[in-house]
Ligand binder design. Structure first.
Ligand code: HH2
Length: 258
């Protein structure tokens, strides 16, 4: 899953593809490089980020979705807002990726149920503005498992088919570096929830902490190492910025791992 951030303030690539034409070109390059899904977002969810209105978010993502329709890979919209979800699906997006696991906007779960589209439910506590204050766990893997199970149950209660749900442990969302490490090491316990697992480690702060790399754009090798580890632990989708390098690494790893 290639990350296409149409934002001025994303933590690693803010402003790089804010212009729709630039974002469309970057998306086409990711597809040429082997991305199987493009995840298009108009709101940064980095720690402390300010929320963006659904209208502004739509102004950012809709032209990019329109420009990439027909590119032969499913487009995912990375949003917490039902209005943006509906407009993106109307424009041809196929998947919704919600960092709030459909808890931010009460209209989101009924909308997804009605549209019957796949949805990624990511684990987080609080909001991007407050989440790091909630990074306290007795058993991070067990608590993330239980909280994701609650979100899956809420989605199913709204009429969403379990087969359409993927889950994501939310690396870096209300988690310290140590929490991220434990979650990846214990990722297989999430497989019991019966959903595909999406993991996003790309360029995140814990990679910088582990490898002493301050500049997020220099964290590609560490991101690939963590991504391959996540695959070995049961993840089936990696959300990444550096598509070409990751695809090369995954192809070799897959062949060797059988
Ligand atoms: N991480 C980010 C955003 N959306 N969605 C899922 N499912 N999993 C993730 O780990 C995830 C996500 C944050 O990364 P990025 O989009 O690069 O940065 P920003 O939120 O600053 O735009």
């Amino acid at each position: 899953m290639g990350i296409l951030n149409v934002t001025p303030d994303s933590f690693s690539d803010g402003g790089d593809t804010l212009d729709a034409a630039q974002a469309i070109a970057a998306g086409r390059q990711m597809i040429a490089d082997g991305a199987g899904i493009l995840d298009i977002g108009g709101e940064s969810t980095r720690p402390g980020a300010e929320p963006v209105s659904s209208e502004d978010e739509q102004r950012r993502v809709l032209p990019v979705i329109a420009g990439l329709i027909g590119c032969n890979v499913p487009l995912s919209v990375d949003t917490r807002n039902a209005g943006t979800m509906a407009a993106a699906l109307d424009a041809g997006a196929a998947i919704v990726n919600d960092v709030s696991a459909l808890s931010h906007d009460p209209a989101a779960a009924p909308l997804i149920a009605d549209r019957g589209c796949p949805v990624v439910l990511m684990h987080m506590r609080g909001t991007p503005a407050t989440m790091q204050a909630h990074a306290a766990y007795d058993d991070v893997a067990g608590e993330v498992l239980a909280e994701l199970a609650t979100r899956i149950a809420a989605a199913q209660a709204a009429g969403i088919d379990l087969l359409q749900i993927a889950i994501d442990p939310g690396i870096g969302f209300a988690k310290t570096s140590e929490h991220n490490i434990i979650l990846l090491q214990r990722l297989p316990i999430l497989l019991g929830l019966g959903c595909r697992i999406v993991v996003g480690v790309s360029r995140k702060r814990f990679i910088g902490t582990l490898a002493s790399v301050a500049d997020p754009k220099q964290r590609m090798p560490g991101s690939i190492a963590a991504g391959l580890f996540a695959l070995s632990q049961g993840a089936s989708v990696l959300r990444v910025h550096d598509v070409a390098a990751t695809v090369q690494a995954v192809r070799v790893w897959q062949r060797l791992a059988g």
